[in-house]
Ligand binder design. Structure first.
Ligand code: UDP
Ligand code: GLC
Ligand code: MN
Length: 336
């Protein structure tokens, strides 16, 4: 359908990798909808060319940033201010209805049935289920709504500094008014939920339609071994269930990597290497961008969720973050 589209967002080349996997997964599962991506000026030219191979529309927008350090600090994700850029999706009025999906999501089956839902349909957030998670939502483009959202952002800000806080304030009756707007959790299954409710995952996880790699560690931050077709990082406790990560990487290697190579969008770390070794090289790759000659950023530090998971699995960082001194300091701040 020409007047309905899946929409995603990438403000840099790392998130483009995610968007390319998402787009490929939607194509592999034969969506009949259009694919649109919003990008910002930082996305490099070779990456834009590759995006045009998978997406019907690549739309350049300006960055909207909350710069809301206080709220983002509560979320422990200072980088998420730019997610307000997502609001531009309401400007796509050439479509009557859209489904927005974060660039760190991936579909496991055809999800075109989502377009039968109304604005604003979304699944509960695993951290606070009375809020919806804004990684997957059904909406109707409208300049009026876009302007109202911007106005709310300027006047009141967002309680989490990103789009999710703002959208939950704007669509504040989501939790109570219309159950058809509650998407089943299988449309936005976050890897975090697997560990917080494993028995439920064992029963319902097989029906998952969309996985969301929510949290600081994204699939593209891991290393992948194409020989064993598995992600390599034995230190990460979440690796107990690496199935979805392996699927992400498999799609990346099969559908995305050849396009990146064709368009010279990856540096020649991978040239002269046998096919099986390419992915390993690629897992450490930096995407070539004329403007950007710095080394690739190192993986971000652990989020408090990930740290809690490790702690709960008996893998506390006794010499570092979880040292006695640090714990004592933390207790002292509560006692003061
Ligand atoms: N995003 C982006 N650049 C950034 C951060 C976020 O393009 O630097 C976009 C991307 O589409 C991403 C979404 O905003 O999927 C939400 O951010 P993220 O997925 O990192 O948040 P999480 O789901 O982990 O809370
Ligand atoms: C969330 C959502 C993400 C959103 C971010 C900032 O955790 O998963 O889509 O951009 O919060 O509000
Ligand atoms: Mn996300």
């Amino acid at each position: 359908m020409a007047d309905q589209s899946f929409v995603t967002l990438a403000t840099n080349d790392s998130y483009v990798k995610g968007a390319l996997v998402l787009g490929s997964s939607l194509r592999n599962h034969r969506t009949s909808k259009r694919l649109t991506i919003l990008i910002t000026p930082h996305v490099s030219d070779p990456m834009r060319k590759v995006l045009e191979k998978i997406f019907d529309e690549v739309k350049l927008v300006n960055v909207l940033d909350s710069g809301d350090a206080a709220h983002l600090a509560l979320l422990k994700r200072p980088e998420l201010g730019v997610t307000l850029t997502k609001l531009h999706c309401w400007e796509l009025t050439q479509y009557s209805k859209c489904v927005f999906m974060d660039a760190d999501t991936m579909v496991l089956s055809n999800v075109d049935e989502l377009f039968e839902r109304e604005e604003l349909s979304a699944a509960p957030d695993p951290g606070w289920p009375d809020c919806f998670n804004s990684g997957v939502f059904v909406y109707r483009p409208s300049i009026e709504t876009f302007n109202q959202l911007l106005q709310l952002a300027t006047e009141k800000g967002s309680f989490d500094g990103g789009d999710q806080g703002l959208l939950n304030t704007f669509f504040s009756n989501w939790a109570t008014t219309d159950i058809s707007k509650h998407l089943p959790f299988i449309y936005n299954l976050s890897s975090i939920s697997i560990y917080s409710y494993l028995p439920a995952f064992k029963v319902f996880g097989t029906d998952a339609k969309v996985v969301h790699f929510l949290g600081r560690m994204k699939p593209w931050n891991y290393s992948y071994d194409s020989k064993t077709k598995s992600v390599k990082d034995t230190q990460d406790p979440t690796m107990a269930h690496p199935e979805f990560l392996n699927m992400w990487w498999n799609t990346f290697v099969t559908n995305v990597l050849p396009l990146l190579q064709q368009h010279g969008a990856i540096k020649d770390t991978a040239t002269g290497v046998k096919a099986e070794e390419v992915t390993e090289a690629v897992s450490h790759m930096s995407i070539s961008s004329p403007a950007q000659s710095n080394p690739p950023p190192s993986p971000p530090p652990m989020s408090s969720e990930e740290r809690k998971e490790r702690w709960e699995q008996g893998q506390a960082d006794y010499m570092g973050l979880d040292s006695f001194d640090n714990i004592k300091k933390k207790l002292d701040t509560y006692l003061q």
